[in-house]
Ligand binder design. Structure first.
Ligand code: ACO
Length: 428
């Protein structure tokens, strides 16, 4: 017999089904709450709201566990590539050799942008924020591929739409960077790997072809794998909410890019580096920043700390911290921001404010240091996050349609004026 939860309200008792997920997560199904009781639930920020069933990613915030399709993030980070992990997230299984070959071939085929789309980059100011360009261009891409404006109805249509998006996001990101530097764009090279091709488009110059170092290629793969999905976070929820109106995949992920841009979400990775630079340049003691972060009258927060779900170490930050050390060593770089970051982490671990609120380093705390080591410019950090998150956004958008979910439309508790007569302008 399935379990149920009882709610007593207005002297009556109501039963609601209790549902258990495959990792033993429990929820009370309140879909009939309003029609049966007249009440709604109130949960600003959705901290307790399950908005869907999903079989893509599992997070246990108390234990610091993250799995994509059941595979631990630690294993994928060590053994997989971004393209293989993207396939896993999109299709649910690790690809066989032939499937991976076909998928990679599709990504290569879709890497170039239509020449007319290329022209749009040159009309933008040099200091245009790359996240604004990325979001706009993702919408524009769909103008050149009208078939992606529809929800795919066959597997083949989905394969094409998903690989087109996954491939072109990388080209758009690199072109945006080249344009902002006033440098000529580099067209994709089909002989390179997914990450190698991105680095080539970013950094090759007319007389100096960028040589992709295996250390940097691996580090970039790892960065993208760690960002590939994270269940119902702010940007993924945005993609789902927009997609629930049956908006096409490109406009849905374009909205996801905008949600990611904010400093409390993906924008934190560049904000962390800005904060560490400020600590270095100002010469102020760490206690100054800790006190500022604790001061409720100050909006400053320690960037890269805290998480809605993780109340323990974010497993991605543990992997990234190790990786930053090994990449800096392999590339023989001495980054004094790493020393400051380690001291800051140590200081928070010994500070009751951070300990009592479970504020540990999140994915963004060490990811910027890794991107710095591999030569990615600061204004591209959140764009890198967006490239990495693309498989997760696409898979969540697809799952939304597979599950035939209703349009997203939360309720509210109205606290404004009650009904009153119109007052003519002369009497106001
Ligand atoms: N610095 C100082 N205090 C913090 C921080 C921080 N980074 N994060 C949370 N707190 C405090 C809050 O002030 C609050 O204190 P209170 O209980 O005394 O009022 C308490 O910790 C709980 O914080 P909330 O804001 O309620 O936590 P929420 O789950 O809503 O926010 C978030 C999570 C947005 C990540 C928050 O921790 C934060 O702002 N961190 C800094 C920005 C950041 O690193 N964002 C990246 C997150 S990971 C990602 O999106 C990829």
């Amino acid at each position: 017999m399935s379990k149920s939860a009882t709610l007593n309200v207005d002297g009556k008792s109501f039963e609601f089904e209790v549902i258990t997920g495959s990792e033993n997560e429990k929820c009370i199904d309140i879909q009939k709450l309003r029609s049966e009781t007249g009440y709604i639930t109130l949960d600003p920020g959705f901290g307790n709201t399950g908005s869907c069933f999903s079989s893509i990613t599992y997070v246990d915030g108390a234990k610091g566990i993250l799995q994509y399709r059941g595979y631990p993030i630690e294993d994928l980070a060590e053994k997989s590539t971004f393209v293989e992990t993207a396939y896993l997230i999109l299709y649910g299984e690790l690809p066989k050799a032939e499937q991976l070959r076909d998928f990679s071939a599709r990504l290569k085929e879709h890497a170039p942008l239509n020449t007319n789309l290329e022209h749009h980059f040159s009309g933008l100011p040099n200091n245009a924020p790359p996240m604004a360009i990325l979001s706009a261009m993702l919408n524009l891409v769909s103008c050149f591929h009208p078939e992606v404006l529809e929800v795919p109805t066959t597997g083949a249509e989905f394969d094409r739409t998903a690989s087109l998006l996954l491939s072109k996001v990388r080209t758009i990101a690199a072109f945006a960077y080249r344009m902002a530097c006033g440098k000529p764009i580099n067209h994709p090279n089909p002989n390179l790997t997914y990450c190698g091709n991105f680095l080539h488009m970013m950094f090759s110059d007319p007389y100096q072809e960028y040589e992709v170092s295996p250390i940097i290629d691996k580090a970039l793969n790892l960065f993208l794998i760690l960002h590939a999905d994270h269940e119902q976070n702010c940007s993924t929820t945005t993609v789902r909410v927009v997609g629930s109106s049956r908006a096409n995949l490109f406009s849905s992920v374009s909205a996801g890019v905008c949600a990611l841009w904010g400093p409390l979400h993906g924008g934190a990775n560049s904000a962390v580096i800005a904060m560490l630079e400020d600590i270095k340049d100002s010469g102020r003691p760490l206690t100054y920043y800790l006190d500022k972060a604790k001061d409720k009258n100050d909006s400053f927060r320690l960037m890269g700390f805290g998480h809605r779900v993780y109340k323990n170490f974010d497993p991605r930050s543990i992997i990234l911290k190790k990786q930053v050390h090994s990449v800096l060593e392999a590339l023989n770089i001495n980054d004094n921001l790493l020393k400051i970051a380690l001291e800051l982490e140590e200081a928070t671990l010994n500070d009751d404010y951070f300990v009592s609120r479970n504020l540990y380093p999140n994915v963004d705390f060490y990811s910027g240091l890794l991107l710095r080591a591999i030569g990615i410019p600061l204004n591209m950090y959140t764009v890198m996050f967006a490239i990495g998150r693309m498989p997760g956004w696409i898979a969540n958008w697809k799952e939304l349609h597979d599950h035939k979910l209703r349009i997203s439309r939360p309720r509210q508790i109205y606290t404004g004026e009650t009904a009153r007569p119109y007052v003519s302008i002369a009497k106001r």
